[in-house]
Each structure stands twice: as structure tokens, then as C-alpha cells.
Design a binder for this molecule. Sequence first.
Ligand SMILES: Cc1cc2nc3c(=O)[nH]c(=O)nc-3n(C[C@H](O)[C@H](O)[C@H](O)COP(=O)(O)OP(=O)(O)OC[C@H]3O[C@@H](n4cnc5c(N)ncnc54)[C@H](O)[C@@H]3O)c2cc1C
Length: 485
Amino acid sequence: MSDATAESPPRTRWDVIVVGGGPSGMFAAHEAARHGRRVLLFEAGDGMAQSLCPRVKAVARGRRIRDAEKFRLQCAHCTCLTGLGGAAFHFDTNLGYIKGLTRSKVESDGQGGVRAYSGLERALGGFETARHEIGEVYELFYGFGLTRADFPEAAPGPAGGTAGFALADTAPSQPIMVDEALVVMDRMSAEITRSTGRILLRHRVTRVARRADGFAVRVEGDHGGEYTARSVIVAVGKLGLGWVREVLAELDVAYATPERIDVGVRLEVSLDEAAPLTENCHNPKFGFLNEAEDTVRTFCVCVGGRIMQYEFLDTVVLDGQHCLSAPTRRTNFGVVTSVRVPPGEDGTQHGLDFARRVNKVGRGGAVVQQAADFLGWRERPTRQLASSLPAAVRGDLAGALGRRRVADVAQMIERLNDFSPGMIGGHALIAAPVVERVYPAITLSHEMESSVPGLFFAGDSSSKIIGVTYGAVTGRIAARAALAR
Ligand SMILES: Cc1cc2nc3c(=O)[nH]c(=O)nc-3n(C[C@H](O)[C@H](O)[C@H](O)COP(=O)(O)OP(=O)(O)OC[C@H]3O[C@@H](n4cnc5c(N)ncnc54)[C@H](O)[C@@H]3O)c2cc1C
């Protein structure tokens, strides 16, 4: 792999510059290098192995990563979401669809009904295109060393039916473990740098400026300075939101405030209680519309997983962590509502305000509350469940979330209990804040090109999609469009 300190200074003029070495940036750089173009990727963090959780490394000395998985605890402010591999690969991860893309989201059709869609389909302008591109990304992953998951042809879906849900998607998921991801990242890096590409680790891009024949990119690091390219692909992920907002303003890129953002909680129950939900599908997606016709849905089901917390701008937010190689005795999953941002309000701020409100109750962090208290049930739970969040602050989460968001969670719990009686008892735990899709809605073509010709946005920072394979697809699409310029 290219290491900034070990190699000669790179040339300053390139065909394509990629900012960020997560899945979207890596797949973008790989696609450009595969076509023989000079591509330079800057990654602010270190190599993947070097940026794994430091607490794991402390315990793991002399052991394989997989054996160390059980020591992977979460710090109140996790800092290991950067470095090659990005936010995705520093934990075991589920890549999502394996047998083809499905339409896993629902929304109101405005006429009393619902319509199902895929975020990737919308980003690329067609379902068949999206399905084809996902298939290609999977083949690349397998070529880089990912073990092909063995799933039944047609997953029968969770037991108990799908009462009360407008959507029940049980498409099987392909897992990728940390030690497999290390191999994948190494092989990708080798292919990028073997030909016409270069990767500079520990180099942070601070500025992108227009030039007559493309862009000038300012970089901090050992080989810091100014680099130029005809095209730039921004792939800085969720945590790059603050910097992307600066780029949008400085380059006068067209964007709007997001009309809807996702806010909500993570629900945690014991492994056996969640079994009816997950026994035939590791990541079932359920959705319904609430009274305001906002979609309420489950996402990122972590069977045997943990809840984790990390810094997102000035807030602390939650996500689910898969612990596939060293499972816990608990299952957690997200329950979010796609709320409409009030007219005149900035959607990004609206989402961050939600997180700040919860953080205030959590003395600067996350809050956990028992379902019985959260929902105001009179009957007291007869058993207790310990939260997988090590630094969980118990508090009045329901008060911080407000009546409408509590009602959404209550309805989801009611439907899940209809589906499998007793699945979510009073002892279940509700944790928050979960905040997603708060990126400004950047105006992009179906090739991920912004209103500034030659400037592309991929992955989470495109504002159109979230997830590893979706990020990889948008990175490749952006690279191909950049090469065609
Ligand atoms: C805990 C957790 C669990 C998740 N689980 C799953 C899952 O199971 N399945 C799934 O599909 N998705 C999952 N996701 C979401 C997934 O990780 C992201 O959607 C995906 O990583 C986005 O890829 P990306 O390349 O767009 O951005 P990222 O992976 O965030 O990578 C961005 C990279 O850019 C670098 N960078 C940022 N700014 C700069 C700069 N100025 N200069 C240079 N480099 C910079 C960062 O260091 C980082 O490495 C999870 C996310 C989290 C946080």
C-alpha cells in the first residue's frame, strides 16, 4: 500500500482526485485505476489495520483480530470510524442484499397508499441499473477475497407473518468480518497502486478550488500542498458533513435543505426474544406510515450485536454494531421516523437539534430507558436487561423525544408484538439519539456529478444513499463519469 512517508513525493497533476478512503472512495479509485487513469486518493486517517479500535489492539497483541472481537468495547466517543475502510469496515458488517436489489423503503404516495422504492434506484435513475451495479460490486468483493455467503434461494422470511406493516423486506444479507475486510482493503489498495493510482494516508484535504482546467486541492500531511485534477470525487462519509458544507458554500454548489431527515432510537432485546424476527433473515426491514404519513421503519438489525456511540459534529449519536464473529446475547435494531422538516428550517440543524436535546438529558451522551417507563406502561417488568452501551446514562428519554416520536416507537412495538406476541416486553431497552440522512440535499446527476462540472459526490456524502455496497456503486459510477469527461 502507498504510504506517504515511505515513498517519493507524488506528482501534482492527476486525472482524478478522490477525497476519502471509505468504501465509496476506494471503489471510485479502483475503477479509475482499472481504466488506466492517474488517480490520487487522500485518506485523512491511517491504514485499516492501524485504525482499528485501539482498545482491541491493546488486548489483541499476539492474537488474531477475530479472537479479539469480543473485546471490542465502545468508547463514549468512538474515534475508529476513519482510516482506510472508512466507517464500515472497522467492525463486522452486513453488506445487505446478495441475491439482487429489493425496494426496501416505503413512503406515502400522496393518495392514501404507499409506494416502495430503493434509495439507490433513485440516485441512479433506474431500478435495473441499480440492481446491475450492486451485482458488479458483489463480484468485485468476492474477487478481493470475501467469502460468498450461502443463502437459500428464496428466504422464507420471518415467522409469524407481517401484520400491520406496509413493508416487510426479508432479503438476505451478506456479512463481512473485520479480518476479511482487511484482506479486501489490502487487495484493493494493491490493485489501485500497482498501476496508475496512488493512495496517500494521513493526508487531509482542506480545500477544493476551481481552476480553468479542473480543480486545485489543498492537502495537509507529509506531502501536503496543492494538487490539481480535471475531476474531484468527494467521498468523505457521514463524519465529513461539516467539511462538505464548507465545500458547497465555497464552490457555490447547488443544494437544498433536506425535506426529510431520519430521527429515532435503537431498541434492544435479548437474542432469544428477537429470534422470531431474525431466524430466517438477519436484517428484516419493516415499515409503516404514521398518522402524519411519515414512514416509521426498522433498520440495521444487529443480531447478537451491540449498540455503539460516536461523535457526529458536536453531538454523540448511536448506531448498531454487528458482532458476527463474537456475538453477544442481545439483538438491537434502529427504529426511525422520516420526519418532514418544518418549512423555513434547516434540515441538517433540525436533525442535530434532535441529537443535542437527547444528549442534554444524557449529560453529553446517549440516553437509555426501559420500554415500560418510556411507554408509560403501568405493569412493572419482571426481568432486567443490561444495555450493551457501556456508558449508558439512564434518563427520561421519552421526555427528550417528545410525544410524536414516542408514539412512533410505541406503534412499532405494538406491531412487532402483534407479529410475535411478547417479543418486546417492558424490560426491553430504548436508546437514543439516532440521526441519519441529515446531509444537505446536493443537486446531483444520476452520474453523481454536482452543478459544478467535474465535481462528484459519492457514498454517504452524496446525500442520496447510505451503506457499504450503495457507497461502492456510487463511487464507481462517479469514477466512470469522471473518466468520460
Ligand atoms: C457503527 C456503524 C455500523 C454500520 N453498519 C453498517 C452495515 O452493517 N452495513 C452497511 O452497509 N453500512 C453500515 N454502516 C454505514 C456505512 O458504514 C457507511 O454508509 C459507509 O461506510 C459509507 O462509506 P463512505 O465511503 O461514503 O464513507 P466512510 O466510510 O465514512 O469513509 C469516509 C472516509 O473519508 C475520510 N475523510 C473524511 N474527510 C476527509 C478529508 N477531508 N480528507 C481526506 N479524507 C477524509 C475518513 O477518514 C473516512 O475514512 C454503519 C455505520 C456505522 C457508523
